[in-house]
Design a protein around this ligand. Structure first.
Ligand SMILES: [Zn+2]
Length: 301
């Protein structure tokens, strides 16, 4: 069991790495950061957090990752405005007005108030829990001017820091989100059938009319990214039928890679299917446009 979300800490100095390890574990446990707009979580939300934590620990270990006991206090319900402020400070990617974020430096998930909509709460919580439990590494260096340790995230799931024109940039962010959101769908499918599903959540699920199930239970975020990921998985399957039974099996390999930190197999398969240099290209330029997106664009012309 991990003591914080960090799986690996790199750096030249043992003391710096030890200090970072200690600080993250302390942050994880004590949650000392004071949020301005935090409200108390309801009894129903607390039950869902405990349930989703258990459930995603099984998922993480099944896919070769480590479990991490995310406590109820690691999840904070805030005003949307404060979430956007935090996103500007902590997020490395372009801001997209998220309503929930996992913040590694604070070892916390922050979520906007879903005002009793437990389905939305669960959906976003599962997604952020996957970020929380995905493989993470950081690098610790000594800042020569301030004589202090500085930590920089290197990996979060499949998203990595790359050097481009001497600048550090986040790469594979879209791939990582696509994988997490695909997996969130799979988790929700299984979780909603669980015998341990908290009662209040179960009641809300039962009330959803059939034609609204997709939208209300599974939601629709990162849709283009997911379409692009599925395209890639299908093409990989098409060229490696000796190895995979279907495209779903290819996706499982991506989930494994996200939790275990093992990138090589995924990178090799992409290179083998799309040609030399294609993995790096996806990192630098993002996922290629999917067939469905192309067709829609054609129709709109
Ligand atoms: Zn995400």
């Amino acid at each position: 069991m991990k003591e914080s979300s960090a799986d690996r800490i790199f750096g030249k100095f043992e003391a710096g790495k030890e200090s970072a390890r200690h600080l993250l574990a302390k942050e994880f446990k004590e949650q000392e950061y004071k949020y301005e707009t935090e409200r108390q979580k309801t009894k129903e939300e607390l039950e869902i957090i405990a349930f989703v934590n258990e459930f995603t620990n099984t998922v993480a270990t099944n896919f070769g990752g480590q479990s991490l006991d995310v406590q109820q206090k690691n999840v904070h319900v805030l005003d949307q405005s404060e979430i956007e402020q935090l996103d500007k400070i902590f997020s490395q990617k372009e801001t997209t007005h998220p309503s929930s974020i996992f913040i590694a430096s604070l070892q916390a998930i922050v979520m906007s108030d879903k005002k009793g909509d437990l389905l939305a709460f669960t959906r976003e919580l599962v997604h952020e829990m996957c970020h929380f439990k995905a493989f993470q590494s950081l690098e610790v260096r000594l800042d020569p001017d301030r004589k202090m340790w500085v930590g920089k995230n290197r990996r979060g799931g499949l998203a990595i820091e790359i050097k481009r024109d001497k600048q550090k940039e986040a790469a594979f962010v879209d791939l990582n989100e696509a994988i997490i959101e695909q997996l969130t769908g799979v988790i929700l499918e299984n979780l909603t059938k669980s015998n341990d599903l908290p009662d209040a959540l179960k009641k809300q699920i039962e009330k959803v009319p059939n034609e609204q199930r997709e939208e209300k239970i599974f939601g629709a975020v990162y849709v283009p990214e997911q379409l692009r990921l599925i395209d890639i998985a299908e093409k990989i399957y098409g060229k490696n039928r000796d190895r995979f039974k279907n495209a779903g099996e290819v996706l499982r390999l991506f989930y494994k890679s996200m939790f275990s930190g093992e990138l090589l197999q995924v990178a090799r398969l992409i290179e083998k299917t799309f040609g030399k240099g294609s993995f790096k290209k996806i990192g630098e330029e993002g996922l290629p446009i999917s067939q469905i997106e192309k067709e829609v664009a054609e129709e709109e012309k």
